[in-house]
Design a protein around this ligand. Structure first.
Ligand SMILES: Cc1ncc(COP(=O)(O)O)c(C=O)c1O
Length: 345
């Protein structure tokens, strides 16, 4: 890693250039998709993807209400209308059934989020978008590497935020697609709408992956599979150790999953008490996510009721699953969870 960064400094090509180009090509090859266009972060990637669809202002776009906020934010930021869908209570993910419940003929696109590292039922969702002649964007910020050999004509985005499965030493993101013309358009949008230097065909933005970040990611990319495998092993450990704890529900796995997060559901409103107990034991946990998007002030739809999203916000708790965690630490976490429930009966 030190050598890769040092080389980058000696080259003094900090924006674009060899490192960025090589990384884009290698990542596209790694997941087997035709095009990878890097950009500044995963939120920009979503914005660029959405801009490339060229939809009229006010178009309706379906997005899950239980998600990290980025896809919701870009829909609103670009002047489109948010259509919130509920998610499956077991997988935390959007399903065709959830989509059908809110679909109307004026919906123009869906942003599906592969949450916590597990793919949505993406073949079914893609088939639905094809049948209804609408666009599909897949927010793959949390599930990079869960799927390879992607031949769909959707647009896929990702993030290289440092805690992601493939994390940079700062911000980074990318957009993927199989369509050659669309790829050119995406690259143009990410680069001020330029076809050539200082010639602007369309309105774009400035969103770039730094060459140093590309160099870092290039060193880490060959290890992505083993990082993901280690996360899966950690998840197996939790499944084995925690399956008999009646007060929690373990993640349901129906699709490929690379455990960006290992998120349990704590029953009977015990989530916050369990979390406080684990914090005292120096175990770091996260609530992903405490409030559904339709309750957030910025995106408020007060009359909307999406029971699964609302339930998950009250019960979901993510426990550590990063690749470097040791078996001893995993056991300590499991024992602490069991201890909490035996002392709180
Ligand atoms: C599902 C999801 N979408 C989008 C993003 C945005 O990525 P970034 O933080 O790189 O902008 C994130 C990450 O944080 C995410 O988890």
């Amino acid at each position: 890693m030190d050598v890769a960064i040092q080389d980058c400094l000696l080259e003094t090509q900090f924006i674009g250039g060899k490192n960025v180009h090589t990384f884009e090509q290698n990542l596209a090859k790694h997941i087997n998709i035709r095009h990878c266009i890097s950009c500044g972060n995963g939120t920009d990637a979503l914005q660029i993807a959405l801009m490339s669809l060229n939809l009229p202002k006010g178009s309706k776009i379906i997005v899950p209400a239980f998600t990290y906020i980025a896809p919701v934010e870009v829909i609103k930021f670009l002047g489109f209308e948010l259509v919130f869908a509920d998610v499956d209570i077991n997988t935390f993910n959007l399903t065709v059934e959830n989509i059908k419940a809110v679909f109307t003929s004026d919906v123009k696109a869906i942003i599906a989020v592969h949450l916590f590292g597990q793919l949505c039922e993406i073949d079914k969702i893609y088939a639905f978008t094809q049948q209804n002649n609408i666009h599909l964007i897949e927010d793959n910020a949390q599930a990079l590497g869960a799927e390879k050999n992607i031949s769909r004509n959707s647009i896929i985005t990702t993030s290289f935020y440092p805690t992601k499965n493939l994390g940079a030493f700062g911000d980074g993101g990318a957009v993927f697609c199989n369509d050659d013309e669309l790829a050119k358009q995406i690259r143009k949008i990410a680069n001020h709408g330029q076809t050539e230097k200082y010639i602007h065909d369309i309105v774009g933005i400035n969103s770039r992956l730094d060459a140093i970040q590309a160099a870092v990611l290039q060193v880490k990319l060959p290890h992505l599979e083993s990082y993901n495998q280690q996360r899966k092993n950690n998840a197996d450990f939790y499944f084995n150790q925690l399956k008999e704890v009646a007060e929690i529900e373990l993640p349901a796995v129906t699709q490929p999953h690379i455990y960006h997060l290992y998120t349990i559901k704590v029953k009977n409103n015990f989530r916050d008490k369990l979390r406080a107990f684990l914090t005292k034991k120096k175990i770091d946990t996260i609530v992903n996510y405490p409030m559904p998007a339709h309750y957030q002030k910025a995106f408020l739809q007060p009359d909307l009721h999406l029971p699964n999203a609302e339930y998950l916000c009250q019960g979901a708790l993510s426990i550590p699953v990063y690749p470097e965690i040791t078996e001893e630490q995993l056991l300590y976490i499991c024992d602490s969870i069991k201890e909490f429930f035996t002392t709180n009966e």
